[in-house]
Design a protein. Sequence first.
Length: 478
Amino acid sequence: MPATRGPALGSLLPTLLLGLTAGQPSITLTGPPQRTAPGNPVSFNCTAGPFSSSNFNVTWMKDRDERPASAQGLVTNSKGNYSVTSKVWVTLVQQDVSSEITCKVTHRDLAEPLHKTMNLSQVLRVVPAVKITTQPSQAYGPHQRVNLTCHASHFYPSRLHLTWMENRHTVQTVLSPRVTRNSDGTYSLEHVWPAEAKPEGSEFACWVVQDDQPPVQANITLQAQAPRQRKGSSAYPWVLHGPLQRSEPGTSIRLTYTSSGFPTQQVTVTWLKNNHTLPRPQTSVHLSGDTYNVTSSVLIPLQANDVLSHVVCLVQHKSRPAFQKTVSLDQYLRVPPAVSLSQASPSSDLVAITCHVQRFYPQRVRLTWMENCEVFTGAEKPTSKQNSDGTYSLESLQLVNASVQGSERVLTCMVQHEAQPPTLANLILSPAVHATYKPTESPGTETPVLIFLAFLLGLKVLLVVSFTVTYIHRWWNL
């Protein structure tokens, strides 16, 4: 579509450079500065020029599909040459590892259109799904070697590092594990750690970290079958596992216990959360050869205060304790932060804006300050503090010069938690009211004044009506 004269989009530096050269027309294409997970929109900016007239046509293509531009504008230089800027938004999907975005500009000065292409893989991050498998799968003897395999599947880009942990202590870190490329352009890997099955049981975890992103982990517990000490006294191999990804409050997770080698089917499994019995567990006992296998699972509803909660799996054979394990729910819980902004005026020219990030878990978050969608530089990195319920909170202070003249300025606090979409809070600095910030979509300061005036007017009307009624009543009685 032909462009109309108006303000340029984003930074004007590429356009000004084109205007200064005043030579052969050229084109630039830029994308977001950081990688983004599937499901999030990202913007691309295209700049072309200089040209002798404003008769442009800009076309955006994602692969073979045309995409509408969200905004377009013209810039002229001192020599009367024109440059065009255009922006398009694209919502990323996992399959975009193999996709590309193209900007094409046509003009009568050109013998053939200008075009620039960018691979969407340059701006895409796909978080891996992580799980652990064992070989052999069950019935571990004391001090038996068991191969634990960490599977990280369908991630992008390929750069990551992997850490094995035993009982919450690091046992191995692999900075550049060998990966394989999948047919959809993503990557997968398998890494084996030789573990030892012990009678007292051990907890193993595989942590996978992409760049500076929050880690993704999988957990598994191994316990060897203890040797028989006397008739009727035995321990049984078991595995207790939960979900691979964290879940938010208001959802439920499933924990599953499996074991084998019981001599009879008189096995009961009880699940307790904070010493309260969980309802409706699903338990099955079935014959396998000469012994019985047991599988039991339970749904556990998560709440925001479950960071310090625990679940106990209690197994009894012939009414005698055979197994007991306590699981902390914090490893399965993700509490998203509540983000808000407040303000104070330490001087006539400065406004202190505080970003409050409250009650989140796990601890790691990334906070970014922006003004009019431009990232602040030099902002101090805040430190989080743990609350009494196990969650974390932090505050970040930013001083803003409120005396700068111009149009309204939008100040944004953006918080990225885990691999979730960012949470935003905004304030608007208006030049019409000196050094006064107002939250977006909040009521104006004139509201209390209007309410007070309405109250005074209502009181006066009430006095007039009372006087009139009294006068008419006295006149009627005469």
